[in-house]
Design a protein around this ligand. Structure first.
Ligand SMILES: [Zn+2]
Length: 241
């Protein structure tokens, strides 16, 4: 954006401190180009797409975090919180989107020009632990009957999740002594490694002795095979006699 570049501190020779600030002297706003529509109550800001959308003009998917130069203006109030509207042009077509802050739901609402890709879910359905919202906290502080009922509910909830917590605890205990656990694993691994090395060496020497290619893969020896081989040897000697 151009206004970011206009940060030089040049003071023309005809300027004197009596003429006020350099912005006043030049007749420009400190926010430069971003304030060009300020008389209409619009400030130009950088807006980051808060969720995935589809543009209604070109039907292209626009991902979350894509940034636009947007015109920000105040449209109303939600109690003491101002509601802002953001208007920006699609970077792929001539369509404009309009977003509005939604302080009630701590979210953004699309006014027009786009469709939201629904990726919202209820954390409670997902078996996640959800913090109490402000209204419940307020009621807990003021309504003693509600507090009592809430406590009963909480206790029941704690009872329900107890087996799962116990299971987690026992699992954690099992891996608690990670030094000896690590040592045991490394020992097993080391033994296995030596075994593999020894087998590889034996295989290689066997292949060399038999003048077979070294790339040939041998299957592990089995007792039955060696027994059978011995028997065959015996028979062949018998035949010769
Ligand atoms: Zn578009």
């Amino acid at each position: 954006m151009a206004e970011r570049k206009a940060t030089n501190k040049y003071y023309p020779p005809d300027w004197t401190p009596a003429k006020g600030s350099i912005n006043k002297f030049r007749g420009s706003h400190p926010l430069r180009d971003r304030a060009r529509k300020l008389h209409e109550g619009i400030l130009i800001i950088r807006f980051e797409m808060p969720f995935n959308i589809w543009c209604n003009g070109c039907n292209n998917h626009i991902g979350q975090s894509v940034r636009y130069n947007a015109q920000k203006s105040k449209t109303g109030m939600y109690y003491t919180t101002p509601i802002y509207k953001f208007r920006m042009k699609c970077h792929l077509c001539d369509n404009h989107f309009e977003f509005q802050t939604d302080p009630k739901n701590l979210d953004y609402a699309i006014l027009n020009g786009a469709r939201r890709q629904e990726l919202r879910w209820d954390a409670k359905d997902n078996e996640q632990i959800v913090a109490e919202d402000k209204e419940v906290i307020k009621k807990l502080a003021t309504d003693s009957m509600f507090k009592l009922e809430h406590e009963v509910e909480d206790k029941q909830k704690a009872k329900d999740v107890e087996p799962a917590i116990e299971q987690l605890e026992s699992l954690q205990k099992r891996w608690k002594d990670d030094y000896s656990f690590n040592r045991a694993i490394r020992k097993t691994f080391r033994t296995k490694k030596y075994e593999l090395k020894a087998t590889k060496f034996a295989d290689r020497s066997l292949l060399k002795r038999s003048s077979l290619p070294l790339s040939l893969k041998l299957i592990p020896e089995s007792k039955e095979d060696s027994k059978l081989a011995k028997l065959m040897k015996l028979e062949s000697t018998k035949c010769k006699i």
